[in-house]
Write a protein that binds this ligand. Structure first.
Ligand SMILES: Nc1ncnc2c1ncn2[C@@H]1O[C@H](COP(=O)(O)OP(=O)(O)OP(=O)(O)O)[C@@H](O)[C@H]1O
Ligand SMILES: C[C@@](O)(CCOP(=O)(O)O)CC(=O)O
Length: 363
């Protein structure tokens, strides 16, 4: 049996600007996982996710293509990942077979409410990684990233794929997304093997070291948010011209400069600089929210951040905002108990997560 675990993620800085090719974000993989197992089967395969009532959905093949028995299915990301990985496998001369694929998740709470830790990205990466082993495709982590990114985009339709990078590579990353138009055009003409082997313009995924005396704290607001809706809303306000092209471009430049400075702070082990850039990025996102009328920092996120700042940390919303989580960067010497009790009184739930590194590097 093949078994893989892929981590969830949290955005640290650079959100929204990172959906534009070449603009940086810092992202961290966290130690909550999607687990995917694959076991060989004969005649029929199945897909099962504990999160979806343990109900297996039966599938078969027509002309070699996977066909689902049911019309409605909750497994969009898994199916997109299977289709693309199997297309690559077929191009490599691999004989496709049947299997039972099972998913369990730690990225939702016990009542099925998501934390915003990138479950869709982790399930997509988990499926690609498990099939890579099952069919012995020997794809390296970058190829796995590319195939998972294509699958994720095919379903979500927008986004930077930073969550896919975090789940694929683990650790702290400096990430900028690829030229999506370039990839889309090549995807229409090229084989998937050629596309995976080519360099994707503007894509950059670099591991980051963090200062030893830096602490990352995470608070959960308890309310889920839809990343793809929020990204669409920002795009819409650009198209409606409620945010001018000039203001948007300023935001992109300022965000990129801020994240570059943040990365310099990481490289120089300078927690003071890192905190300054987190605060700056919060401000930039607040300005973007004002210009676009998109609610990024909800009242709960504002309270989470303000309380953290009162206690000596630098805080901001993580990811698209609108709910989900906020992050705090603090010095190791800053006591965290006062913040924990303030958060508790404000119904902010601290998540005891750590940054996750793949043992021996991403495989
Ligand atoms: N355990 C799972 N099994 C199968 N599919 C899953 C599982 N967890 C998540 N998914 C897929 O991911 C979708 C949730 O993606 P969504 O973008 O809403 O959340 P997220 O990625 O966790 O959040 P965020 O983007 O804020 O980090 C589900 O609708 C489902 O299609
Ligand atoms: C807003 C955005 O920059 C970050 C989304 O983060 P999250 O999935 O909401 O944690 C979108 C993206 O990068 O895909």
């Amino acid at each position: 049996m093949i078994e893989v675990s892929t981590p969830g993620k949290l955005y640290i800085a650079g959100e929204y600007a990172v959906v534009e090719p070449g603009h940086l974000a810092v992202i961290a993989a966290v130690d909550q996982f999607i687990n995917v197992t694959i076991e060989s089967a004969t005649e029929n395969g199945s897909i099962q996710s504990q999160q979806y009532s343990d109900l297996p959905i039966r599938w078969t093949r027509r002309n070699g293509e996977l066909v689902l028995d049911h019309r409605e299915n909750p497994f969009h990301y898994i199916l997109a990942a299977i289709r693309l990985t199997e297309r690559y496998a077929k191009e490599q001369g691999t004989l496709l077979s049947f299997y039972h694929l099972k998913v369990t998740s730690e990225l939702d709470n016990s009542s099925g409410r998501k934390y915003g830790l990138g479950s869709s990205g982790a399930v997509t990466v988990g499926t690609v990684k498990a099939l890579n082993l099952f069919y012995d495709l020997q794809m390296d982590p970058l190829m796995q990233f590319k195939i998972a990114a294509l699958a994720h985009l095919a379903v979500q339709g927008n986004g930077s794929c930073g969550d896919i990078a975090a789940s694929c590579f683990g650790g702290w990353l400096a990430f900028s997304t690829f030229d999506h138009e370039w990839v889309k055009k090549r995807q229409e003409k090229w084989s998937i093997s050629d596309l995976l082997q080519s360099d994707w313009p503007k894509l950059s995924i670099q591991p980051l070291q963090t200062p030893k005396n830096m602490r990352l704290l995470i608070g959960w607001t308890g309310s889920p948010a839809s990343t793809s809706d929020l990204v669409d809303q920002v795009k819409q306000s650009k198209e409606d011209k409620s945010v001018t092209q000039k203001d948007y471009e300023h935001f992109l430049t300022d965000s990129n400069r801020c994240v570059e400075d943040l990365i310099d702070g990481f490289m120089a082990n300078n927690v003071v600089k890192i905190k300054k850039m987190i605060k700056k990025n919060r401000q930039l996102l607040q300005n973007l929210a004002k210009a676009t009328n998109v609610v990024i920092e909800t009242p709960a996120l504002k309270q989470l951040c303000d309380l953290a700042e009162d206690c000596g940390g630098a805080a901001k919303s993580s990811g698209a905002g609108g709910g989900d989580c906020g992050i705090v960067i603090a010095d190791q010497k800053t006591g965290i108990l006062p913040l924990m009790s303030k958060w508790e009184k404000a119904d902010i739930i601290p998540l005891p997560l750590h940054v996750y590194h793949y043992r021996g590097g991403a495989k």
